[in-house]
Design a protein around this ligand. Structure first.
Ligand SMILES: C[S@@+](CC[C@H](N)C(=O)[O-])C[C@H]1O[C@@H](n2cnc3c(N)ncnc32)[C@H](O)[C@@H]1O
Length: 333
């Protein structure tokens, strides 16, 4: 798929996001939805889909199977999926238009979840040395959901997936997770970590909990450890953050648009547990769009809620990096 940011093509604002302030009214705001698929529907999608395999993480990568998006794109193109997802006729039409125009993303309509972006692979490689077993993980802006799937393979207790578009969640993320059902057991044995470990030289620090609850008992299927949400992340933070906090939040390629930074910061505030960690992977700079790690870092520092640290720089073509965030000990209450 050609790399194309299509900001000019954004459609008229949707009415669902009643909480969005007028200054941001040019951007639509999809309402929050939780998604489940009946077994038959899931099977239909898996049978109709073309399954591919990718190597993710390292130094000994694991294979993750996922659906090729071509068929889904065709269906979205014709408006069929959007209609069945009950996204509303107008929203469905705009989503179809965005897919048909082959744009990488159209702000407020389609936010790029059908493509697997390259920083996903950087973050998975970094996470290979991080213990995730027994933790509650959020894949924020998940798209195909590879990072969340990687966390499941590393024994995360519970993984939630969130994407802007319900069509991406139902057509791609959820079936991709379901493909795991036949995969091997967790890489890290599914044990919840139990002590602090600062990490060895050159390796990321391992986040461990001091008083571990017992590891969760084995569960029947991987889907029982997962939940799936669509809609604008600011609504997700407001609605979901009151009742649920995550030990780990994963984000890849969510910093392209500086207009989103305020919301993103607040969402992380609402959803991260007090001793949790955000791992984010991003291009250092998104040419033509203006976003990047330095701008986001400035905003984070200005807000004085989180410590943010660049832990890895990847100098291979367009510079990319990985950063971690955790609550400042002296954060204002
Ligand atoms: C460029 S894609 C990256 C997808 C995936 N993380 C990857 O690296 O392959 C950006 C992701 O952020 C999500 N996103 C962007 N803006 C959002 C918003 N306002 N609310 C919720 N999700 C949003 C999109 O749904 C999309 O999946």
């Amino acid at each position: 798929m050609e790399f194309k940011f299509n900001f000019a093509a954004a459609g008229p604002p949707e009415e669902q996001g009643a909480e969005r302030p007028p200054a941001e009214a040019g951007r639509s705001c999809a309402g929050l939805r939780e998604h489940r698929l009946a077994q038959e529907e899931l099977e239909r999608r898996l049978e109709a889909g073309l399954v591919e395999e990718l190597e993710v993480g390292g130094p000994q990568p694991i294979q993750i199977r996922h659906l090729n998006v071509w068929l889904l794109e065709q269906a979205l193109n014709q408006g069929a999926e959007a209609e069945s997802l009950d996204e509303g006729a107008e929203a469905g039409l705009r989503l179809s238009g965005a897919i048909a125009s082959h744009s990488d993303l159209v702000p407020g309509v389609y936010e790029g979840g059908l493509k697997i972006w390259e920083c996903t692979f950087d973050l998975a490689a970094y996470l290979s040395a991080v213990l995730l077993a027994g933790l509650r993980v959020l894949d924020l802006g998940c798209g195909a959901g590879l990072l969340g799937i990687f966390a499941l393979r590393k024994g995360a207790a519970e993984v939630h997936f969130q994407d802007y578009n319900g069509a991406v969640i139902e057509g791609l993320t959820l079936p991709n997770v379901a493909l795991m059902e036949e995969d091997e057991p967790p890489l890290d044995g599914g044990q919840r970590p139990d002590a602090d470990d600062g990490g060895r030289d050159g390796e990321p620090p391992v986040k461990r909990r001091k008083s571990p609850p017992s590891p969760p008992p084995p569960e029947p299927g991987v889907l029982s450890r997962c939940r799936f949400f669509s809609g604008d992340w600011s609504r997700f933070g407001k609605v979901h953050g009151g009742s649920f906090k995550y030990d780990v939040i994963l984000m890849s390629e969510t910093l392209y648009n500086p207009d989103y930074y305020g919301d993103l910061h607040d969402v992380l505030c609402s959803l991260l547990s007090q001793d949790g960690t955000v791992y984010l992977a991003t291009k250092t700079h998104y040419f033509g769009v203006g976003g990047g790690i330095h701008l986001f870092e400035s905003l984070v520092k200005q807000k004085k809620v989180f410590d943010i640290q660049t832990v890895k720089v990847i100098d291979d073509g367009l510079q990319r990096c990985i950063a971690t965030m955790s609550f400042r000990k002296d954060k204002p209450s």
